[in-house]
Design a protein around this ligand. Sequence first.
Ligand code: F0G
Length: 376
Amino acid sequence: MTRIWPGVIEHFKEFLPISYKTPIITLYEGNTPIVKAENLEYKIEKEYGIKLNIYLKYEGANPTGSFKDRGMTVAISKAKEENSKIIICASTGNTSASAAAYAAKANMRCVVLIPYGAIALGKLSQAVMHGAEVFAIKGNFDDALKLAKEISQKYPIKLVNSLNPYRIEGQKTASFEIIEQLGFIPDYQFMPVGNAGNITAYWRGYKEFVNLPKETKIKKFKVEDNKLPKMMGFQAKGAAPIVLGKPIKNPKTIATAIRIGNPASWKGALQAKDESKGVIDTVSDREILQAYYTLSSLEGLFIEPASAASIAGIIKYLKIGYFKKFKSSKYIPKIVAILTGHGLKDPDCAIDTSKKYVKIKKIPPEIKTIIKELKL
Ligand code: F0G
């Protein structure tokens, strides 16, 4: 036990379905940095003439490198309480990394179904090193999820995809945490959408916060705000079933984490969009990769391609004039961008993308060549 940060269950206990009987399985997830994007803001002001306050919620700083840990600590703790011995998930990578890690901590078996050849190397290395039993399915994520669901219905194996309600409960803590860290509720939240569990969870978190008694808000969070943020969710153009309004058989995008054609929390995403008067829209792979490099090179936070959809969304909405009304107003809107996963998850994509911007130079081992190349 640590006295500094006890993990999301202990810290947000009163908002979670946890009792004194629940064994808490934690890797001390949560309490991730929220970083003001000063360099990005400056670039945006120069290019678009609009001032924005942009806060980056760096979920890549969770123990397994993605936001999934917030939900997994709750799902695995409840599975342990219910005496489950085996868990299962389908995954584009991050869920499996998180499930494998928390199952290891809980002394449980973990079964992972992944789309064959379609998950980033870092994520796969996590699952195998945490001792998961990994099956690569000749099919996509949606096929894998169907199988995982069916297996969990027929056998004593607990499903820990976000169809498991404890996952969403755990992930909603991110909204509470953002409010606690910032001291206010943001005006807009930009985030990627894949299976749509995360946008569903965030929206639930914000709504629950706003409905808390005033004394709780002030005592625990020192915040009185009541205004909900607009939820701005972004799917990759080749994997945008919610935007198209129908499932996609063969979703395609460079951002493998969100290569999903039939999201499980489809309804939750639409509800978040409608109730908040936000949007669910697309960003192209080109826009994603540009934002991926821009963010990493400007802000020093390394993110994976799917996470760059948040930043690509902000840039797209600047381009289409969505923030135009702030050009002539004194008010500077407050935007949170969720950076869902760490860049080290997908080193292949980072190396490929960077080639467009940076060349690694092969040189003889001598100072004069380095100095000459640096053009000091
Ligand atoms: N960003 C990253 C890095 C992800 O891994 C995911 C989903 C998302 C965004 C989208 O979140 O599904 O809640 O809408 N990854 C899942 C997985 C599907 O299996 O790891 P969502």
